[in-house]
Design a protein around this ligand. Structure first.
Ligand SMILES: NC(=O)c1ccc[n+]([C@@H]2O[C@H](COP(=O)([O-])OP(=O)(O)OC[C@H]3O[C@@H](n4cnc5c(N)ncnc54)[C@H](OP(=O)(O)O)[C@@H]3O)[C@@H](O)[C@H]2O)c1
Length: 253
């Protein structure tokens, strides 16, 4: 069977761990030439080695996506290697858990930098390429969160940035129409990643109670694959994927 992303070029941020890694591995397994982005070069090399072992194509591109000059260098590197860009996944991000009155301005700005400004910098660079390539256009997939719908207590910077990325997605897909650029957003619930390992969960699946179920990152990657492989005229604009028993999100029952 033909691979679903054969001939496509994808850039995935936050590809060294969790959801981004699973998306990068799935895209590469489906034939995409995949650019792996995160700060930890040695981990990206490991992810790339795993992809190549199974016949896939991956280019590690260590980048701090909050830094404008590094983002410029990243997109230059991707274009030099592959000559076009079909899919950008803005996935890199951090979670926060802190009382509002204890948040200092430096921390607030750091979270905004990675959770919003990085997506702006990468989207701007992607649009400049997608607008000018033939065939024109491409897709931008942003990582939201169920926190953009139902906030968690004591998470002001996280909730604010996830609501913001929803707005960014709406604006990008509206303004991208003239160039065939399509933007979508995924809102995951509890998924195995450094977010959950920090809270003591090192394996996906059931916990002590039904509501403790943690999804495997591959489940979220399946949604990112559908979004990336629809016809260019069609947009799976928004998808919320969560454990069915996540009562904190869909309550009473
Ligand atoms: N896991 C969940 O339950 C969940 C739920 C809803 C939404 N999300 C969203 O999913 C996305 C991915 O998170 P995750 O859960 O997979 O967490 P994760 O395991 O902590 O992965 C975060 C990724 O972002 C990268 N990153 C962080 N800062 C960066 C920077 N300045 N430049 C480049 N890369 C950077 C990290 O790599 P390096 O450290 O190597 O740079 C890592 O690869 C986030 O946007 C998060 O908000 C997660």
């Amino acid at each position: 069977m033909a691979k679903q992303m054969q001939g496509k070029v994808a850039i995935v941020t936050g590809a060294s761990n969790g959801i981004g890694r699973a998306i990068a591995e799935m895209y590469a397994a489906e034939g995409a030439r995949t650019v792996l982005v995160a700060r930890r070069a040695e981990v990206l090399e490991e992810v790339a080695a795993g992809i190549r072992k199974t016949g896939g194509e991956a280019l590690p591109a260590p980048t701090d996506v909050t830094q404008e000059d590094q983002v410029t260098a990243l997109f230059d590197k991707a274009m030099k290697a592959y000559g076009r860009l079909d899919v950008l996944v803005n996935n890199a991000g951090v979670a926060t858990h802190i009382n509002t009155e204890d948040i200092d301005l430096k921390y607030w700005k750091e979270v905004l930098d990675i959770n919003i400004t990085a997506a702006f910098l990468c989207s701007r660079a992607a649009i400049r390429i997608m607008k000018n390539q033939q065939p024109q256009g491409g897709r931008i997939i942003n990582m939201g969160s169920v926190s953009a719908k139902t906030p968690r207590p004591d998470s002001l910077p996280y909730t604010t940035t996830k609501y913001a990325i929803q707005g960014m997605t709406h604006q990008l897909t509206m303004d991208g129409r003239k160039y065939g650029v399509v933007a979508s957003i995924i809102h995951p619930g509890a998924t195995l990643s450094s977010f959950t390992t920090r809270r003591g969960r090192t394996e996906a699946g059931a916990g002590d109670k039904p509501e403790d179920f943690v999804m495997a990152a591959e489940e979220v990657a399946k949604v990112a694959l559908v979004m990336a492989t629809l016809p260019p005229e069609v947009n799976l604009y928004e998808a919320t994927i969560l454990p069915n028993h996540m009562r904190s999100f869909i309550g009473r029952g």
